[in-house]
Design a protein around this ligand. Structure first.
Ligand code: SER
Length: 508
C-alpha cells in the first residue's frame, strides 16, 4: 500500500468516526516560545487540551509535518545509521479533547491498524505504563492481545511529554515484530532489540506540566495519538528499512542519479544516500515554511542540517551544488499532500543553492585544516577546541559537523575547549561594542518596530504589491564616525536610507 493511500485511509477512518480533518500546521509553532519546531501532532492543539482555547469540534484527525532535530526530541545523530530515524517526518494522529478516552482510543487503534489496514495481529506487541492496569486489561480483555505480548514499561518509554512544559500523560505503544529475519531476540519491545519497532503511540493526556516540574490535572482526560507514517508504510510495503519505502525511494534514486552512486552497494554509501534523502526533506519543508539558514536559532538548525547534507554529498563525490535538485524532487513528491512545498519550490531552490555555494567556498580549506588536526590528534585522539572553533567561526563548519567527521576517524572534539573559545570571542565582541553607538542604534530600530508593528511579507504570492509608507529613515554619520539614523520626510538622490512599508514582496 502506497504511503499516500495509508495517509488517506487513516484520515478517512477517523473522519468516519466523527473526527474533523484538520490540516497540518506549519513546522514553526504558532505562539509558542517553548519549542523551536513542531515535534508532534498534538502541538497545534496544545491550548485545546489545557482548556485555554475552544474549538467547535471535540475530535480531530491530522497528518502533521514534524521535525525532531532540537530540544527534548532530537533524532539527528541517528539519521541514516538506523532503519527508522528521521529529522522530518509525518505523524498521523487522532485526538479527543475531553471526549472519548482510553477504551475508545484503544479500540479504534486496533480496528484501524488490524481490520482496516491489515497489519498482521500476531506480530503486534503492546506496551503500557507500568502501573496502568486499566490499559493492560483493555488490551487483554477487550481487544484480545495475548498477555505475553503486553509489556509494562517505565516513564522513559511510556510517559509522554512534549517538552519541559505542556500537556502530558501515560501512554501505550503498538510495536511490530519484524521477526527472526532481523534477530532471534524473543524479549519483545521491552528488550530494546531493533526487531520490534514502535509504530503508534496512544497518549492518555491527563496532566499539564508546569516549568517547575509540578503537574496539574487537565480539565478533562483527553487523547493524543501519534503514528509515524514512514513506519507504517515500511510495515505495509513488506520492507524493513524506512528508507526502502515509497516515501524515500524516489529521493534516494534522485541522489543516486546526481552522485552516480548505487544504493545497497556499500553501507557507508547507503548511510550518505539516506542522510541526503532525509535532510533534503527537512530542508525543503523548513524553507517552504519560512525558515532561512542563519547563525541563530531555527535558522542555525536548518544550516546545520543543510551543511551536514552537503558534506555527505561531498563524501559521495558530488563536486557541485546539488541539494537544491533534491529539494525540488521533494516538492514534486509532496505536491498533492502539502502544496506549499511545491508551490514555493523555486524560492526554496534559490535559498538552498545560495547556501551551498557559500559553504562550498570554504569547505575544502576547512577540510584541509580538519584533516591536519585529525592527523595530529595522536594518541589523545582529540581535536583541540580552538581548531573546532576556527572551523565553525571562519569556515562555517557547525560543531556537530566537525564532531561527525572526527567520530568517523575515532577522534573526539574537545567540547569544553570549544565553549571556552566561543565565550572568549563573545567577550571580545562585547568589549568591541562599548561606545560604538550600537546600543542606541538598536534602540532606534526597536522603537520603530514598536510603533509600526511587523511588515507583512507577501512575496510567496506576488512579485509586485502596493503598500503604504510608514516611515522614512535617513542614514547619517555621527561626530564619532558611527552611523546615525534619523526620521525624514523624503530621501533625495545620493542619500542612503530605509523606507518602511506595511507590506512588501521583498524578502527582508
Ligand atoms: N504526542 C505523542 C508522540 O509524539 C503521540 O502523538 O508520540
Amino acid at each position: 500500500m502506497k504511503a499516500s493511500q495509508i495517509r488517506q485511509r487513516f484520515l478517512g477512518y477517523f473522519a468516519r468516526n466523527g473526527h474533523t480533518v484538520v490540516p497540518s500546521s506549519s513546522l514553526i509553532p504558532h505562539d509558542d516560545p517553548t519549542l523551536f519546531f513542531v515535534n508532534a501532532g498534538m502541538v497545534q492543539f496544545k491550548d485545546v487540551f489545557t482548556g485555554a482555547e475552544r474549538r467547535d469540534y471535540a475530535r480531530a484527525v491530522t497528518a502533521q509535518k514534524c521535525l525532531r532535530v532540537s530540544g527534548k526530541h532530537n533524532d539527528l545523530e541517528n539519521v541514516g545509521r538506523t532503519a527508522r530515524h528521521h529529522t522530518f517526518f509525518e505523524m498521523l494522529g487522532n485526538f479527543s479533547f475531553g471526549d472519548y478516552f482510553k477504551a475508545d482510543a484503544i479500540r479504534m487503534a486496533w480496528d484501524l491498524f488490524i481490520e482496516d489496514l491489515g497489519i498482521d495481529a500476531d506480530r503486534v506487541w503492546v506496551t503500557v505504563y507500568e502501573d496502568d492496569d486499566e490499559a493492560f486489561a483493555l488490551w487483554r480483555d477487550r481487544v484480545g492481545v495475548p498477555e505475553r505480548r503486553i509489556q509494562r514499561l517505565g516513564a522513559k518509554d511510556n510517559f509522554w511529554s512534549m517538552g519541559d512544559t505542556g500537556p502530558c500523560g501515560p501512554c501505550s505503544e503498538l510495536h511490530y515484530d519484524f521477526g527472526s529475519a532481523i534477530s532471534d531476540d524473543p524479549r519483545g519491545p521491552a528488550g530494546g532489540d531493533d526487531r520490534y519497532v514502535e509504530f503508534c503511540n496512544l497518549v492518555f493526556m491527563q496532566f499539564e506540566q508546569a516549568a517547575d516540574g509540578s503537574r496539574m490535572l487537565l480539565p478533562r482526560p483527553s487523547i493524543d495519538t501519534g503514528t509515524g507514517l514512514e513506519r507504517v508504510a515500511t510495515i505495509l510495503q513488506g520492507v524493513y528499512n524506512n528508507y526502502d519505502n515509497d516515501l524515500f525511494q524516489p529521493l534516494i534514486q534522485e541522489a543516486c542519479r546526481i552522485s552516480g552512486a548505487t544504493y545497497h552497494s556499500d553501507p557507508e554509501v547507503d548511510t550518505a544516500l539516506r542522510v541526503l534523502a532525509d535532510h533534503a526533506r527537512a530542508t525543503a519543508f523548513l524553507v517552504a515554511d519560512g525558515v532561512m539558514p542563519s547563525n541563530e536559532q531555527r535558522g542555525y538548525v536548518l544550516r546545520r542540517v543543510m551543511r551536514r547534507a552537503i558534506r555527505f554529498g561531498v563524501k559521495l563525490g558530488i563536486d557541485r551544488p546539488f541539494l537544491h535538485e533534491l529539494t525540488r524532487k521533494v516538492g514534486e513528491e509532496f505536491a498533492g499532500t502539502y502544496p506549499d512545498v511545491n508551490d514555493r519550490a523555486a524560492f526554496v531552490s534559490e535559498v538552498v543553492r545560495a547556501e551551498e555555494e557559500r559553504f562550498r567556498r570554504t569547505l575544502s580549506r576547512g577540510m584541509r585544516l580538519l584533516d591536519d588536526a585529525l592527523e595530529a590528534a595522536g594518541p589523545s585522539k582529540t581535536v583541540a577546541g580552538d581548531v573546532a572553533f576556527t572551523l565553525s567561526d571562519t569556515y562555517g563548519f557547525p560543531l556537530d559537523l566537525t564532531q561527525l567527521i572526527a567520530a568517523e576517524k575515532g577522534v573526539e572534539v574537545d567540547k569544553a575547549g570549544f565553549d571556552e573559545a566561543l565565550e572568549a570571542q563573545k567577550k571580545r565582541g562585547r568589549q568591541a561594542w562599548k561606545g560604538s553607538g550600537e546600543q542606541a542604534i538598536a534602540e532606534f530600530w526597536r522603537a520603530l518596530a514598536e510603533t509600526h508593528g511587523a511588515t507583512a511579507f507577501t512575496g510567496y504570492d506576488h512579485e509586485q504589491d502596493t503598500g503604504a509608507i510608514l516611515a522614512i529613515v535617513k542614514r547619517g554619520v555621527a561626530a564619532d564616525g558611527a552611523a546615525e539614523w534619523s526620521h525624514v520626510d523624503r530621501l533625495t538622490a545620493g542619500e542612503t536610507g530605509v523606507v518602511l512599508l506595511d507590506r512588501t514582496p521583498f524578502y527582508g
